[in-house]
Design a protein. Structure first.
Ligand SMILES: [Zn+2]
Length: 245
């Protein structure tokens, strides 16, 4: 199972909502692209399902981790120019599945932010590289978000309790998936690579032990750019784009 070829990106997008399982997912997968969108005038917000309470690589007290990582994500979002960051409560890092409750919480955020475009992680596993992008939480959030885009957010009869909150149905017209198999829509992020790195540096609990993060990211992103036919030395992030309307 894989994605169809990407649709061309919509040209009249004003608002984007990024939906992610953990602090740092947005910045690792799409930080350069988000910084570009903000520079182009798009309004970008994030919805985080967890505070990454199972993350970290040292002896930081475990009860501190969610507090640290929420602050890190807010600081990283400020680096790339993301306007608003909302965290859901009640979900644990490592325990996510695409439940009806998660679909309802994402639907609530979609109806509140009213995005034209959603950015999220792929619900499809990348079998050739199961560590990282194919973390089960990423797959679960990708699946729950896709279900929230269609049918939940646009169906006036889904989750009637949201209607009681005054949240009207909303049609998200486009979804960008990161971390999936064979991503074929490449964004040239050469000019925003340093912003992406600055955002990743804010995720200190996740990145301070990585001495060669710049070099590793550069070589991976150069390869993506080269495979897409971009000029030598350019850097890229890659996605799959689906139209949903
Ligand atoms: Zn993650």
């Amino acid at each position: 199972m894989t994605f169809p070829p990407s649709a061309p990106p919509l040209t009249d997008v004003k608002r984007v909502l990024g939906v992610f399982a953990h602090p740092d997912d947005a910045d690792f997968g799409a930080g350069g692209t988000v910084a570009r969108w903000v520079a182009e005038g798009l309004e970008v917000s994030y919805l985080l399902v967890t505070r990454g309470d199972s993350g970290g690589f040292d002896d930081t007290p475990r009860d501190q981790m969610p507090l640290l990582r929420e602050a890190e994500q807010r600081a990283a979002a400020a680096e790339v120019g993301v306007a608003e960051v909302e965290f859901l409560d009640g979900y644990r890092d490592g325990y996510l599945t695409p439940t009806i409750e998660l679909r309802r919480d994402i639907t609530r955020a979609i109806r509140r932010f009213r995005p034209d475009r959603i950015l999220t992680t792929s619900p499809l596993r990348r079998w050739e590289r199961i560590a990282g992008p194919s973390h089960p939480d990423h797959l679960a959030v990708g699946e729950a978000t896709t279900c929230a885009v269609y049918p939940d957010a646009r169906n006036p009869f889904a989750f009637p309790e949201l209607g009681a909150d005054g949240l009207e149905p909303w049609v998200v017209r486009e979804v960008w998936y990161s971390g999936g198999p064979n991503p074929d829509h490449v964004v040239d992020v050469t000019d925003t690579f340093d912003v992406k790195l600055a955002a990743l540096a804010r995720h200190a609990t996740q990145t301070r032990h990585l001495d060669d993060l710049r070099r590793v990211l550069r070589s991976r992103m150069e390869l993506l750019a080269r495979d897409a036919g971009l000029p030598e030395g350019h850097l890229a992030e890659a996605f799959t784009i689906i139209h949903t309307a």
